[in-house]
Design a protein around this ligand. Structure first.
Ligand code: SAH
Length: 385
């Protein structure tokens, strides 16, 4: 059996329930890249089994703390549990996440469902190596018409894996029709961001819709997730995204759903300033930016970016209006995000109440004790008079 021994510090982490062991805590390796390995602690005490990566800063991701070597049966059982959990949620959509990596105890694996198709991502060497078997297990459990591997995220480079997009089973069209509540989309799983849509915001879009009214401004709109969910309750909808392609798709989706959206290509930072100069006012504003803090080094800059857009949005909001403000940066935690939004309110000289504090949808579970699985914060705020 391939074996990796780790330091006392690594052992303590595992005993505390965290599934990751960092490179600095790895003592000795006798294993090939992507192998399933026995992890041992000091004095060779067996600690369980893990997926091993020879290139990553996180060389070990624990699979089990047990004595028995994991077989494909373990993957089958965990995939089944992940799918069964999603089925129990009665999700009012045909697109959602089926497997959310570590939080489903399937480290490094993401599987999203888009109607009859699955789009997966293998983010670590061990999962990449198991892909033929995992494809078979997914077909067995779900009988999809096709499975696409969107193995092009940059994190794969850190694992020494190539960036590829490939059909693993059946066939997958470039346009897949899906529904989310009443909204109908056509998704491009080959080229869309992430696996095609921002599925993690589905429940927040539905929650935000309950407060939407008047003039709506959807910033960082992508394909119109918030604009199309909230628009039907509003008198006028403006959506802004920097990507021309995203705005083109938003327009097509808006037409498909009969929702009038004034969709603009632009940089939200500039556009907010422009709207302020024009003294425009809104009753509902959504801020759903990309992760400004991709790593620890960018936290300060990211925080000032988040603060700026929140400050400007709060100024553009009518009293009584709703701000839906989000951050998907894991590196800016919930408390830090709340603090910067508060500072923005102080600078804007407005009073704000917290209507709802939300997070990523339930199909993207958070594993307690593993803060890395909690990344998306979504606050629904009310500007009071
Ligand atoms: N709200 C969307 C998801 C937003 S993802 C939904 O519910 O589906 C973030 C989006 O921000 C991307 O579409 C990206 O193109 C856009 N973006 C990134 N930086 C931007 C900027 N400075 N100005 C405008 N859009 C930006």
């Amino acid at each position: 059996m391939s074996t990796v021994s780790i330091t006392k510090r690594g052992e303590d982490r595992i005993r505390n329930g965290h599934p990751w062991v960092y490179r600095s805590d790895v003592a000795k390796v006798s294993a090939a890249a992507g192998a399933t390995v026995l992890v041992t602690g000091i004095r060779n005490v067996p600690l369980g089994y893990a997926l091993y990566s020879d290139r990553s800063e996180i060389p070990l991701r624990m699979l089990t703390r047990g004595r028995e070597e994991p077989t494909l049966e373990l993957w089958r059982t965990r995939l089944d549990a992940a799918v069964t959990y999603r089925e129990s949620l009665n999700i009012d959509a045909t697109a959602y996440r089926l497997v959310h990596g570590e939080a489903d105890r399937l480290p490094g694996l993401v599987v999203d469902r888009y109607g009859d198709y699955l789009v997966l991502q293998a983010l670590v060497q061990g999962v990449d190596r198991l892909l033929p078997d995992l494809t078979r297990l997914l077909v067995e459990r779900l009988q999809p018409a096709g499975i696409l591997a969107r193995n092009d995220p940059r994190v794969r480079l850190l694992e020494g894996l190539e960036q590829t997009v490939a059909v693993l089973h059946g066939s997958v069209p470039e346009g897949v029709a899906i529904t989310e509540g009443r909204v109908r989309y056509v998704v491009d799983p080959y080229h869309g961001q992430k696996t095609g849509l921002f599925l993690d915001q589905r429940e927040n879009r539905a929650a935000a819709a309950a407060y939407a009214r008047g003039r709506l401004l959807d910033c960082f709109s992508y394909h119109g997730g918030f604009a199309l969910a909230l628009g039907p309750r509003c008198e006028e909808t403006i959506a802004i995204d920097a990507s021309e392609e995203a705005i083109a798709r938003l327009r097509a989706n808006a037409a498909r759903n009969g929702v009038a959206v004034d969709a603009r290509v632009g940089n939200v930072f500039d556009e907010l300033r422009g709207l302020e100069r024009l003294r425009e006012r809104f009753d509902t504003i959504v801020l759903d930016p990309p992760a400004f803090a991709k790593n620890k080094a960018s936290i300060v800059k990211a925080t000032s970016g988040y603060k700026e857009i929140n400050l400007r949005a709060l100024k553009l909001l009518n009293p009584g209006g709703t701000l839906v403000t989000c951050s998907c940066s894991y590196n800016v935690g919930e408390a830090a995000f709340a603090e910067l939004v508060y500072e923005a309110a102080v600078d804007a000289r407005v009073h704000v109440t917290v209507v709802e504090k939300r997070m990523q949808g339930r199909d993207h579970p958070v594993l307690l004790g593993v803060p890395e699985t909690y990344y998306l914060k979504c606050f629904i705020l009310r500007k009071i008079a």
